[in-house]
Design a protein around this ligand. Structure first.
Ligand code: NI
Length: 176
């Protein structure tokens, strides 16, 4: 098992559209295990392969407090979405320290494959619905801030630049 480096916004690679998984082999299982370990360590409730620079359609999710309900979704598709939408304050491991409200369908039904290639369906609501839609966006090259207004996104970019400058300054002071 290994902790994988997570791409940070606005890294261009986060805009890559992921390809369908066609081979359900040991390499895929290893990547899923590494992604789960990376997500739990962060800690986060979801991680898309895109975020670890692997551009295939696989996401890992665990929204439980006990961290004992890992879901690996391969080639996920939304087959039903509720008309009712709900705003939810979202965050992302690719944008540490950034949170904002995004409105999405409150409930979704998805179809996906497991690590052996078996197809299953899953009804999602609450945080799980938010998380599934957020992670599926990553596979399309979309991050949650892309759903926000340009004004808000500009503010976030300024904040990220400041964070980077402060981190660089702190590192410099430490080395002096
Ligand atoms: Ni994310």
């Amino acid at each position: 098992m290994a902790i994988l480096p997570i791409l940070k916004y606005p890294d261009e690679r986060l805009k890559t559209k992921a390809k369908a998984v066609t081979e359900f082999n040991d390499e895929l299982k290893q990547l899923a295990a590494d992604m789960a370990e990376t997500m739990y360590k962060a800690p986060g409730v979801g991680l898309a392969a895109t975020q670890v620079d692997k551009h295939i359609r696989m996401i890992v999710i665990d929204v439980t407090e006990e961290k004992n309900d890992l879901k690996v979704l391969i080639n996920p598709e939304i087959i039903e979405a509720s008309k009712e939408t709900k705003p939810w304050e979202e965050g992302c491991l690719s944008l540490p320290g950034i949170y904002d409200k995004v409105k999405r369908p409150a409930e979704v039904k998805i179809k996906a494959q497991d690590l052996d290639g078996n197809t299953f369906e899953m009804q999602c609501d609450g945080l799980l619905a938010v998380c599934v839609q957020h992670e599926m966006d990553h596979l399309e090259g979309i991050v949650f801030v892309d759903h926000l207004s340009l004004l808000k996104r500009n503010r976030i970019c300024t904040k990220i630049r400041k964070q980077k400058a402060e981190a660089a300054k702190a590192a410099k002071e430490e080395s002096n």
